[in-house]
Ligand binder design. Structure first.
Ligand SMILES: CC(C)(COP(=O)(O)OP(=O)(O)OC[C@H]1O[C@@H](n2cnc3c(N)ncnc32)[C@H](O)[C@@H]1OP(=O)(O)O)[C@@H](O)C(=O)NCCC(=O)NCCS
Length: 159
């Protein structure tokens, strides 16, 4: 099964965007680098397989580069995440961005593997940053996969 299309989210996608974020991250907000960001406020890309929505990327373009706020594959391991990341990177490059960057957390070894295999470089480790994030967003769990969630890892890909 291959993703047939990646398209910018429209108002018709709002229920999917909200449900996907809440399902993966408990709320639509992302707590990173000391900020609480509502990912529904900004742009998003949706991956489609035929007439079904199978993935979501939310992001925030800024002067220093485009920040990927969330990436979720409803159908894991089928190329959805790669298709979204490729589309986001192409889109950022077309708009003159110099880098795409993101923050993930230390327990997310799937994400760390995924991004590094796709040209992203680990540029910073913010030790114990999740304690501050948890004050902004108490829904962040203490651990996952038996690993305490403590540190923010910043990855970037220069364009
Ligand atoms: C990270 C994520 C977006 C990848 O999306 P995906 O559609 O599964 O990715 P793809 O199918 O394009 O590629 C999957 C790659 O990850 C591996 N993979 C996918 N799911 C995996 C899993 N559950 N465990 C381990 N590896 C996995 C595949 O083997 C493949 O590896 P490759 O580099 O050899 O090709 C997806 O796993 C996901 O939604 N995770 C939960 C949310 C999350 O952690 N997002 C990232 C932080 S913002």
């Amino acid at each position: 099964m291959a993703v047939t299309d990646v398209r910018p989210a429209t108002p018709a996608d709002a229920p999917f965007v909200r449900a996907t974020l809440e399902n993966s991250w408990a709320t639509t907000t992302v707590a990173v680098h000391g900020e609480l960001i509502d990912a529904t406020d900004g742009p998003a890309l949706i991956a489609w397989l035929a007439d079904e929505r199978v993935g979501l990327a939310t992001y925030r373009p800024d002067d220093t580069g485009w920040e990927l706020l969330s990436l979720d594959a409803i159908l894991a391991g089928s190329g959805v995440g790669t298709a979204l990341l490729t589309a986001l990177t192409d889109h950022a490059r077309d708009h003159g961005a110099r880098r795409v960057w993101l923050v993930t957390t230390n327990e997310n070894t799937t994400a760390l593997r995924f991004y590094q295999r796709r040209g992203f470089d680990l540029v910073a480790v913010h030790r114990d940053a999740v304690a501050a994030a948890r004050r902004l967003k108490p829904e962040i769990p203490d651990s996952a996969d038996g690993i305490p969630i403590r540190h923010e890892l910043e990855l970037e890909r220069m364009l």
